[in-house]
Write a protein that binds this ligand. Structure first.
Ligand code: IMP
Ligand code: MG
Length: 194
């Protein structure tokens, strides 16, 4: 087994990323089971004429998008986008731009694929931009939802897993860009951090 300078991320109960400790929270198989349930809902909500366009939001949703697509049994397309909240060099906190939207969404049934919905700011701004781009129908599919943090009225159509307001990493999600490659989801270990 590969061991990077004393750090071994495989099958660990507890890991350290940068300065913080995280402990195992949701195991890979449970994640896959929950994704299958969401995929089954999507499969039954679309007909073969719909050909929905899955729009996966990078970077966080790359693992989720890959595993979700394997369970989609209807004709569909996938594209990947990045969001920019920068105007010049200052972060506005508001999503200004969709980078890499090369397939036209005009008239399409779009399913946004997100890693996590927290306050809902990102998804609400993205939804607005997709309405402006004249998508015919927009649905939101997220791996994780923090219902106690969510402050928006926009309907979250598909949420595979609901969690409390804790900071998590793994399965695409990062702490300062680290931890995205983890198969399982880890939560900040409150008892072991300063
Ligand atoms: P929102 O705009 O507040 O809904 O936040 C959405 C974005 O914040 C997500 O796409 C993530 O990039 C990031 N985020 C929110 N909660 C977490 C977390 O617990 N761990 C890692 N990233 C998070
Ligand atoms: Mg994200």
């Amino acid at each position: 087994m590969i061991n990077f300078a004393g750090t071994n991320f495989f099958n660990m109960e507890r890991i350290k990323l940068h300065d913080k400790y995280f402990k195992i929270y949701i195991e890979h198989q449970e994640i896959l089971d929950k994704i299958k349930m969401v995929a089954d809902q999507i499969n039954s909500n679309y007909s073969s004429d719909d050909v929905p366009l899955f729009l996966a939001v990078l970077n966080g949703s790359f693992m989720f998008a890959a595993d979700l697509m394997k369970e989609i049994g209807i004709p569909c397309e996938i594209s990947f986008i990045k969001l920019s909240s920068y105007s010049g060099t200052e972060s506005t906190g508001e999503v200004k731009e969709i980078i890499g939207l090369n397939s036209s969404v005009e008239g399409r049934k779009v399913i946004v694929v997100e890693d996590i919905v927290d306050t809902g700011n990102t998804i609400t701004d993205l939804h607005k931009l997709l309405v402006e781009a004249k998508a015919a129908d927009i649905k939101i599919c997220t791996l994780l939802l923090k219902p106690n943090a969510y402050k928006k009225s926009l309907k979250i159509d598909y949420a595979a897993i609901q969690i409390p307001n804790d900071f998590i990493v793994g399965y695409g999600l990062d702490y300062d860009e680290h931890g995205r490659q983890l198969k399982d989801i880890y939560v900040l270990d409150k008892d072991n951090n300063k």
